[in-house]
Design a protein around this ligand. Structure first.
Ligand SMILES: [Zn+2]
Length: 146
């Protein structure tokens, strides 16, 4: 898309500098980013083949997790995709090269902040006003920060 508009973008993966950058390579075939994924989603160690994005989400749903754990891993997968894309753009366009440990730490921090809100909301839910206990109310609820 960018090339069609005359914007020159390198076609090599900016993480491994070996393979052509495709969506599949960037998120799952690249050893650099897949090691990050395996650190966040441990069952990926057991797969014989690298998944694509649909197989990644299917693998979360097939683990038999309870809903809170399933939602945690769905959030983690989405966070992983977002932060790998951010790291890629930071390298290509911002000149900022984070190592895999830093990228992984940013992902864990983002997931921790989001799940902290979930836990806080669940903890205080019995004490919430009636209007906040109605379906959909939690979508806009923002817990008070101490
Ligand atoms: Zn790569």
């Amino acid at each position: 898309m960018l090339a069609a508009r005359g914007i020159i973008v390198p076609n090599r993966c900016c993480f491994c500098n070996v393979d052509l950058e495709t969506i599949t390579h960037l998120f799952f075939e690249c050893s650099y980013t897949f090691n990050i994924a395996k650190s966040l989603l441990p069952w990926l160690h057991n797969l014989f083949m690298r998944p694509n994005i649909y197989q990644l989400y299917d693998s979360i749903l097939e683990q038999g997790f309870k809903s809170n754990t399933r939602n945690y891993y769905l959030l983690t997968a989405s966070t992983m995709i977002y932060f790998i894309w951010r790291a890629r753009n930071d390298r290509l366009f911002g000149g900022n090269v984070d190592c895999n440990v830093t990228i992984s730490a940013k992902m864990r921090k983002a997931v921790m902040f989001k799940t902290h809100d979930w836990m806080t909301a669940e903890f205080f839910q019995p004490h919430l006003r009636w209007s906040l206990r109605q379906p959909g109310a939690m979508l806009t609820y923002r817990p008070i920060r101490f």
